[in-house]
Structures are given as C-alpha cells and as structure tokens.
Design a protein around this ligand. Structure first.
Ligand SMILES: [Zn+2]
Length: 279
C-alpha cells in the first residue's frame, strides 16, 4: 500500500485515510503539521513584530493591545445565579434571570469570562481557526477566574468534543486547549475521552434557537466504558462560546443520563442579549 509521495490528506479523504492508516497515523500527521506551523511562526516572529489579534497594531506581550483589551467586557457580579447573565442592577443574592425561570437548562450553572462582542469574537476565531494556541493561556486564566466558585466544587473538566473530522480540519479542539489551562490553574483533571460526538452536526452559526436545539439533539453520548467513572461526579463542561446554550445543554443531558451528580458550564464568552425591561 502506498499513499503516494506528496499526497496531502484533506478533510475529504480523511475518512478513507483514517480507516486505512489508523488513529495513530492521523494523530502523528496532525502533530507534524502543528510543529511545522509553530516553526514557521517562530521564524516570522524574529522578522516581524507581534500584532494585536484584533486591530493588527504592533504589541508587546500577549495577543491584545491595551486599547482592545480595555474594550473587552469582563462579566462580574451581579449576575443570574443560574445562567451567569449579568444584571444591570443588583437584585440581591441568589436571584434568577427571567430566562432561567422560563426555560431552565439541564446544567446547573453557567459562567463566562467575557461578553461575546467584537473583540471577544476575534480572540475566539484566532484560537479556533488561525492556530493562535498562544492565546489559550490568557483566555483560560480569565475563565478560571470567572468560574472560581464552580471550580472549587468540581471533580473534573470535560471539553465539548469536536467531531473527529472537524478536529482534523481545524487541527485541534480549542475547548480542550482551554480546559488544559484551567485544569492546571485549578488542579482538576481534564477528562477528554468521556464525551463523544456521535454524529456530525451543521455549524450552529445562522440557526435560530429552536434550530440550534434540534441540530445538536442526541449528538453527544458518554463512552460506554466511561459511564462508571462519571457516576456521582461533579462535572464542568468547557467550551469557547455560549450562544443559545443548546450544545452544552445536550452535553449536560448525556452526562446526567450517565448519572453525573451535577453539570456546570464554563465558557470564554457568552452572548448577552440587550436588556429588555420587564413589561
Ligand atoms: Zn488592538
């Protein structure tokens, strides 16, 4: 069997290659490619100043310049005890948002480091699609701070998994990278192989709330041999962005079916709808 010199595996041939060559080969190729990219970037860094991920101005240090950093909206109390949605005024401890009362999620609590706005979106996209793994430590540290209260009670972190075909085209799971940073900060293990994506789903971008929910329904399951490990455990799901919450809700249902004691959610950024005053 020959793969042919110069053949570049693509997402289209990935399925066939995985079958023929096995997981080990696929992982080894992904690693090789990551090393090439890192080397190319290191070489470029000598010649070029680092640019702000958001506005492309030269920066020293982390990915954002001071001006863009100051535009990030960090989420701090007061917020809904359940969903972590910020309140414009402080209604007192333990109060829930209208959303949490109207349609309570399967997960217990959600927390996010920042609001999902233009600068947050740039950071998420750079990490996800542009190989900016150097952003993960900073983003993960902010998440660890936002989720401090949840992390104190948790047994393990579980990143929302990608379908392996998508992991291939994107090289690695950004939620896994964030989970590893938080795990090191909070001294909690990451269980990366517990939750499986059992079918490919459409990208959630552009779908309505109801469509998002249908799109991911039943798309995740707990690996049969991991069910006993989950039983009675307090889990935190890690993801980069929370939009409608449909994905983490489906993941939480799968974990609760496997008898997890509780499931919380910690994301980098969450969409916050404009404040609607009560009628
Ligand atoms: Zn900037």
């Amino acid at each position: 069997m020959s793969t042919g010199a110069g053949t570049t595996p693509s997402r289209f041939s990935a399925s066939a290659l995985k079958g023929r060559l096995g997981d080990a080969w696929v992982q080894s190729w992904s690693k090789t490619r990551a090393v090439w990219t890192a080397t190319a970037r290191a070489t470029l860094d000598i010649a070029l100043p680092t640019l702000c991920v958001s506005c492309r101005e030269p920066v020293t240090g982390d990915g954002l310049c001071a001006a863009c950093w100051s535009q990030l909206s960090f989420i701090a109390p007061p917020y809904c005890a359940r969903l972590g949605i910020p309140f414009v005024y402080d209604p007192g401890p333990g109060l829930l948002s209208m959303e949490a009362i109207a349609s309570p999620p399967a997960y217990q609590r959600a927390r996010a480091a920042v609001r999902y706005d233009d600068v947050a979106r740039t950071l998420v996209h750079a990490l996800k699609y542009q190989d900016r793994t150097d952003l993960a430590p900073t983003m993960g540290r902010w998440m660890a701070r936002a989720g401090n209260e949840l992390l104190k009670e948790a047994d393990a972190l579980i990143p929302v998994p990608l379908h392996w075909q998508r992991g291939w085209s994107r090289r690695y799971n950004q939620s896994g990278a964030l989970a590893r940073v938080i795990a090191a900060q909070a001294d909690i293990p990451v269980w990366g192989d517990v939750l499986q994506r059992t079918r490919q789903t459409r990208q959630q971008v552009g779908l309505s709330r109801a469509e998002r929910s249908r799109n991911v329904q039943g798309a995740f399951s707990v690996a049969a041999e991991k069910k006993s490990a989950i039983q009675g455990r307090r889990i935190i799901l890690i993801d980069d962005v929370l939009t409608s919450g449909a994905t983490v809700d489906t993941c939480a249902r799968a974990l609760l079916r496997a008898r997890a004691a509780s499931v919380d959610v910690l994301v980098f950024a969450r969409v916050v709808e404009p404040f609607k005053p009560p009628i």
